[in-house]
Design a protein around this ligand. Structure first.
Ligand SMILES: NC(=O)c1ccc[n+]([C@@H]2O[C@H](COP(=O)([O-])OP(=O)(O)OC[C@H]3O[C@@H](n4cnc5c(N)ncnc54)[C@H](O)[C@@H]3O)[C@@H](O)[C@H]2O)c1
Length: 370
């Protein structure tokens, strides 16, 4: 029996984690606090959770010290996910990034200090973006921190803030640095759902720069399994540690666009079995728009994103050593599951359509919708 507090639990990764824990641990109590910004939604709540006595949703802000004290005082485990999370958005308006990601983390950390006697562990979710572009083949936790966007800088501040609190106040903190995630319930502003929905809508997929920027893509369910292990592994092994989560493989954005086209083609053939008895023409109709053949969505290249990170590849050997974790989902399989989810849940993402593109001044000085 544990009480787990998840900040940002109505967002993409947070809601996947909450659903995972809610389904797997029927005797755990889960508290979610979320400010329901444009990126969070109560629609992401696990089915049946509202009204059950083991789930509580708190509409609130992590910068609210009193609220965070009240919630942290009840928790055995605190998992801090709440953040402004979109790199491109941080380019044109970064105030909230520093307020939520840095000050919010300070407030949550102060609450952990105050309740250090009862909080068994504090899991801070950082990001691989703190590293900047890879200076070596694979990036381990010792890679220099060279954040290249305001989002990355804010997350880097939060990451080092938690580290300093561990050093200064001896709180039971650990810092997780996941590489890029993808999967169900991800906001359409992020590249994988943007490409998938472009395919479904029959619109071109827009790729920044020459499409060679590469990332390590982790399926969100694998991330949830790692956090499950971070909750349950002996705390003495984990306290004060920084742990990367990724696959050790990288793929360029252009390759992702091609893979989305290929997987759309496979899905159109297999949807009968994947989605349970729906005619494959159904997918063909949505995933191609009219007469266009599936898997041939056009790829359009636009200006590069300022502060672009050119390559991220994870060295996750520490996660294997400390948590016994390895990602299990093959990239294609994860992409297929994700595509089927977006196909099946159009009413979830249709309201986000207007936020798929963000105006920025590109590296070449042109105003572009990214
Ligand atoms: N998505 C990725 O690829 C990725 C990779 C590495 C790390 N991360 C980190 O993982 C965490 C979750 O990312 P995500 O992709 O699920 O983000 P997300 O944007 O989908 O969700 C963030 C959630 O935080 C909530 N939130 C924002 N400001 C808040 C505030 N002031 N108080 C309370 N709640 C607030 C939002 O409403 C939303 O529900 C973030 O800390 C992010 O930096 C994400």
């Amino acid at each position: 029996m544990k009480t787990i507090l998840v900040t940002g639990g109505a967002g993409f990764i947070g809601s996947n984690l909450v659903r995972y824990l809610y389904d797997k641990y029927p005797d755990y109590r889960i508290l979610v606090v979320d400010a329901l910004t444009y990126a969070g939604s109560v629609q992401n709540t696990p089915e049946g959770a509202f009204g059950s006595n083991r789930y509580e949703f708190w509409y609130g802000d992590v910068r609210n010290g009193e609220l965070m004290n009240a919630l942290v005082s009840q928790a055995d485990v605190v998992i801090h996910m709440a953040a402004e999370s979109h790199v491109t958005r941080s380019i044109y308006d970064n105030r909230l990034f520093f307020e939520t990601d840095v000050i919010g983390t300070q407030v949550v950390s102060n609450a952990v200090v105050k309740h250090a006697k009862t909080v068994e562990r504090f899991i801070h979710i950082s990001t691989s973006e703190v590293y900047g572009s890879a200076l070596q083949e694979k990036m381990d936790e010792e890679h220099p921190l060279n954040p290249m966007s305001p989002y990355a800088a804010a997350k880097c501040g939060a990451d080092r803030l938690v580290y300093s609190y561990w050093q200064t106040y001896n709180i039971p903190a650990m810092i997780i640095r996941p590489f890029n995630n993808f999967g169900p319930n991800q906001h359409l502003e992020k590249v994988v759902p943007r490409f998938i929905t472009s395919t479904i809508l029959g619109e071109p997929m827009t790729v920044h720069g020459d499409g060679s920027a590469s990332r390590d893509w982790l399926f969100v369910e694998d991330h949830c399994e790692a956090l499950d292990l971070a909750i349950h592994t002996d705390i003495n092994r984990l306290v004060g540690q920084v742990i990367n989560l990724g696959t050790g493989e990288h793929r360029s954005v252009a390759e992702i666009a091609e893979a989305v086209n290929e997987v759309a083609m496979e899905c159109s053939k297999e949807l009968v079995t994947v989605a349970g008895g729906r005619r494959k023409d159904d997918f063909a109709q949505h995933a191609g728009g009219g007469s266009r053949a599936i898997g041939t969505t056009k790829i359009e290249f636009i200006g590069d994103r300022p502060g672009q990170v050119f390559r991220h590849t994870c060295d996750a050997s520490k996660a294997k050593r400390l948590l016994g974790w390895e990602p299990r989902t093959d990239f294609r399989d994860g992409l297929k599951k994700t595509m089927v989810w977006y196909q099946e849940n159009q009413s979830w993402w249709q309201p986000q359509m207007w936020m798929r593109h963000i105006p920025i001044i590109s590296a070449s000085g042109k105003r572009e919708m990214h």
